[in-house]
Design a protein around this ligand. Structure first.
Ligand code: HBI
Ligand code: FE
Length: 285
């Protein structure tokens, strides 16, 4: 996967990573072309966000002050840490699950250092700094989301050795990456996988194709997901309090039950689902 990008020597370079898989962002040089690409990505997404992202994301994004070029994680930490106690750490890319959960449990969010190439403007299978930083970091300024992510990391660390990774990964996927929220502004996005994608942002809230059941923990953890196309299912929370609250309960016994049950398919509703209708609009193609 990384072999196709030999023009950037540090992409996916794990040789300099420490035992916790962190690297020093200052070892990674960003070119003027990188900064220019960042500004293009930022401008395009920021426009969509006004009408599609939830208020907490928009507020967080404004506080990051990162429109002008690829950001320095340390300077954002100076603003983020006093607000929510989270810090950003630089990583070479995808890191092992256990180490990833360890960072979350310690209120550290791993941000990939390298930036995509211009020909990958719209789509990328691996996380890069635009996805990790623009997509994820704004939500960490909200204390309820911040608590949810830390508790998720703590529980995931404990449940990992029980073979619960598929259940944990689906929960992360359908909340942190592809979550929708139905609050006072109507249907909005808080998931980073959606908000860092130009095409999926309007699709997620306006398209009639996917199903949008209200979030329910067990239902969500059982549902398969797509990594190669827009999602066919999005789970909708009523508020970020709902998310924070769900993670205060001990997931051990639920995981035991769910591991014995079959998975549910993406793209369809099941008995007991309450479906949220799409927003009507002209953004989605
Ligand atoms: N590493 N850098 C990075 N980013 C992720 O989102 C990530 C990871 N390692 C493991 C992992 N995610 C999964 O465990 C979760 O998505 C469940
Ligand atoms: Fe992500």
């Amino acid at each position: 996967m990384y072999g196709a990008h030999t023009d950037n020597s540090l992409r996916g370079d794990y040789s300099r990573a420490k035992a916790d898989f962190t690297v020093d962002q200052r070892d990674h040089a960003y070119s003027e072309a990188d900064h220019a690409l960042w500004r293009r990505l930022y401008t395009r997404q920021a426009q969509l966000l006004q009408s599609c992202a939830c208020r907490e994301f928009r507020d967080g994004l404004a506080r990051m002050d990162a429109a002008d070029g690829v950001p320095e994680l340390e300077s954002v930490n100076a603003r983020l840490e006093p607000v929510s106690g989270w810090r950003l750490v630089a990583v070479p890319g995808f890191i092992p699950d256990e180490q990833f959960f360890r960072h979350l449990a310690a209120r550290r969010f791993p941000v990939t250092v390298w930036l995509r190439k211009p020909e990958e403007f719209d789509y990328l299978v691996e996380p890069d700094i635009f996805h990790d930083f623009f997509g994820h970091v704004p939500m960490f300024f909200d204390s309820r989301f911040a608590d949810y992510a830390q508790r998720y990391g703590e529980q995931a660390l404990r449940l990992l050795e029980r073979g619960a990774l598929p259940l944990l990964a689906r929960l992360y996927w359908y909340t942190v990456e592809f979550g929708l929220i139905d609050g006072d502004e109507g249907l909005r996005v808080y998931g980073a996988g959606i908000l860092s994608s130009g095409g999926e942002t309007p699709y997620a809230i306006e398209s009639a194709d996917p199903v949008r059941p209200r979030f329910e923990l067990a239902r969500c953890m059982r549902t398969e997901y797509r990594i190669d196309s827009f999602q066919k299912t999005y789970f909708v929370v009523r508020s970020l309090d709902e998310l924070a609250d769900v993670m205060t309960r001990d997931l051990s016994s639920l995981v035991d039950i769910l591991q014995a049950q079959p998975t549910l398919a993406a793209g369809r509703l099941y008995a007991g689902d309450e479906a949220v209708p799409p927003r009507s609009g002209q953004l989605a193609a």
